[in-house]
Design a protein around this ligand. Structure first.
Ligand SMILES: CC(C)(COP(=O)(O)OP(=O)(O)OC[C@H]1O[C@@H](n2cnc3c(N)ncnc32)[C@H](O)[C@@H]1OP(=O)(O)O)[C@@H](O)C(=O)NCCC(=O)NCCS
Length: 165
C-alpha cells in the first residue's frame, strides 16, 4: 500500500446553504467519470431524484483541491442509505474509499443522535457484486438475493452502527 496522498473531506452544504451547487457539481463530475465513462451507466440514470435532498461528501487532494472521490447519504423511514461511492481510477487503493465510508458513518451517527431514540442505526447499500468485499470490511452483510439495478447485478448490504459513544 502506497502512502495516502494529502487530502481533505468536505460535507457539501445542505439544501439552501451557500456553496452547495458548486461542491455538489464536483461530486457529480467524479461520479460521471466513474459510473458513466468508466462503467458505462447512462447519464440519465446517474443523476437521480435522491440527489436534490441528499448529503453529498467530497474528497479532494490538497493543496490542488482536485476532486477524486465522493459518496452520498440519504435518509429514509427507519434507515439511511449509502450510494454513489466512487473514487477516480488512478486514485484507488490509497484508502480514499475507506475514508469516504467512515465520513458517511460519522455523518449518520451525528444526524441519528440528534433525531432518533434508538441505540443503533441501520445503513443500507446496493453493492455491485465486485465490491461486496469492500463493504464487508466496514460491517456490511449481504441480505436477500442479488437483483438487477440500472442493468447491473447488485446485492443489498446492511450495516448496523451503535450510537452510544
Ligand atoms: C470501490 C472503491 C470506491 C474503493 O475505493 P478505494 O479508495 O480503492 O478503496 P480503499 O483503498 O479505501 O480500500 C479499503 C479496503 O478495501 C479493500 N478493497 C478495495 N477495493 C476492493 C474491492 N473491489 N473488493 C474487495 N476489497 C476491496 C482494500 O484492499 C482495502 O483493504 P485493507 O483496508 O484491508 O487494506 C473504488 O474501487 C471505486 O470507485 N470503484 C468503482 C466504483 C464502484 O464500484 N463503486 C461502488 C458502487 S456499489
Amino acid at each position: 500500500m502506497m502512502a495516502t496522498p494529502q487530502h481533505e473531506i468536505t460535507v457539501v452544504p445542505g439544501v439552501g446553504e451557500p456553496g452547495r451547487d458548486e461542491l455538489r457539481q464536483a461530486c457529480y463530475d467524479v461520479r460521471i467519470d466513474v459510473f458513466v465513462h468508466e462503467q458505462g451507466f447512462s447519464l440519465d440514470e446517474e443523476i437521480d431524484d435522491l440527489d436534490s435532498a441528499a448529503t453529498h461528501i467530497l474528497l479532494r487532494l490538497t493543496p490542488s483541491l482536485k476532486p477524486v472521490g465522493t459518496i452520498r447519504c440519504t435518509k429514509h423511514e427507519g434507515y439511511y442509505k449509502l450510494s454513489r461511492l466512487a473514487v477516480l481510477k488512478d486514485h484507488r487503493r490509497y484508502r480514499f474509499g475507506r475514508a469516504l465510508v467512515l465520513a458517511l458513518h460519522n455523518h449518520v451517527q451525528l444526524d441519528a443522535k440528534r433525531s432518533e431514540q434508538y441505540d443503533t442505526v441501520t445503513i443500507k447499500c446496493h453493492s455491485q457484486i465486485p465490491v461486496k468485499g469492500f463493504y464487508a470490511k466496514f460491517g456490511y452483510s449481504p441480505e436477500g438475493e442479488e437483483f438487477d439495478e440500472d442493468g447491473a447485478p447488485h446485492q443489498l448490504m446492511v450495516a448496523r452502527l451503535a450510537l452510544s459513544d
